[in-house]
Design a protein around this ligand. Structure first.
Ligand SMILES: [Zn+2]
Length: 250
């Protein structure tokens, strides 16, 4: 992405939404009501969507709605109005906005061969980021709460905002949170009736893509912990739970 993209309103909304989650999830105090939190998340998503475009392909949307419904039904509280959408972007990625909005980039369907078991685990991973309110840790670690409030509600320059957002998007939720999303994602996948071992195929595919053409690989997934480490952790967890399936390794 070019730096100019960082300056758009979408990212400002994202920051606002992340702060909301930060307040609700980390501090135990709420700056805004739950309804406002959800509304802000949606606005951030709408801006993000305008930037990339929405993909209305019948097959992809049908698959995602079906998977989303099943994962949502087994997700742990707090309940969020999950809303799964396809983005008209060929990158291999998926992203979760606080409050329930989840985007699958168009490119991830092809990369995973439209395999619903694999896509279900990705959905489980993203739902976990929302249900466990991971965004707050990221904000706190990278910026500190006060600075974010100041930047959003106070006077600021474009340069400052760009710096803040660049810092944000260049970081992931942190290793622990990503491993947690992988693990809880397995629980959701299994509970929803999908094959959780499909996670191994997803991570295998990710390392292939990353090795072949890193530029094809969206930033958010690049900053996740190494695919080998994730794969090992997933395998350990599957063994611990005694879950086997089509993608089990000997
Ligand atoms: Zn993640």
């Amino acid at each position: 992405m070019k730096p100019s993209v960082f300056l758009t309103r979408a990212w400002l909304w994202l920051l606002v939404a992340l702060v909301v989650v930060s307040v609700a999830g980390c501090k135990g105090k709420r700056l805004l009501s739950r309804d406002e939190e959800i509304r802000l998340g949606r606005q951030a998503g709408d801006d993000f969507e305008r930037e990339h475009g929405r993909d209305w392909d019948h097959r992809r949307n049908g698959i995602l709605q079906r998977i989303g419904q099943r994962i949502e039904n087994v997700a742990e509280p707090p309940d969020y109005p999950y809303d799964f959408r396809v983005l008209a972007d060929d990158a291999v990625n998926a992203v979760a906005f606080p409050g329930g909005r989840i985007y699958f980039y168009r490119g991830i369907f092809n990369a995973l061969g439209y395999d619903e078991n694999q896509l279900a685990w990705v959905a489980g991973h993203e739902v976990t980021h929302i249900s466990r309110q991971h965004a707050c840790r990221r904000i706190e670690r990278s910026l500190g709460y006060e600075l974010v409030i100041q930047l959003i509600f106070g006077k600021d320059t474009a340069g400052e905002i760009a710096g803040v957002v660049a810092a944000l998007v260049l970081q992931d939720y942190g290793r622990d949170k990503e491993f947690e999303a992988d693990r809880i994602g397995l629980e959701y996948t299994q509970a929803a009736g999908y094959d959780p071992t499909a996670a191994l195929a997803v991570l295998q595919k990710f390392s292939e893509i990353q090795g072949k053409d890193p530029s094809d690989f969206a930033l958010l997934f690049m900053t996740h912990p190494g695919n080998t480490a994730r794969s090992d952790a997933v395998e350990r967890y599957l063994r611990q739970r005694g879950w086997t399936g089509r993608y089990s390794r000997p």
